[in-house]
Design a protein around this ligand. Sequence first.
Ligand SMILES: [Zn+2]
Length: 104
Amino acid sequence: MKAGLRDLIMERMHILVQNAISNARRNPELAERQAILAKKMSMKYRVRMPYELRMNFCKKCKKFIVPGFTARIRVGRSDVKSIRITCKFCNHTYRKIIKKSSIS
Ligand SMILES: [Zn+2]
């Protein structure tokens, strides 16, 4: 792969997912298409989607989910900081651990 192409793909994926998130409420169909495009790009160029983008895809049904819209976010109250993301399409809940920012 050409040097710099990977960066370009990364940037494009970010833009697509960000656009998809902002379009989700107004135009869910467009958002879905943009999300799928980002995913296809990731597969075609074998560029792994960064974590913050993958968070917007349900781990179970693989649908594009938007926090606060098609996904419910709950903050856990245990010692380990975590958030629970519930997909509104398949109702699957998964936990995301947020690393402690301060080391005690
Ligand atoms: Zn799901």
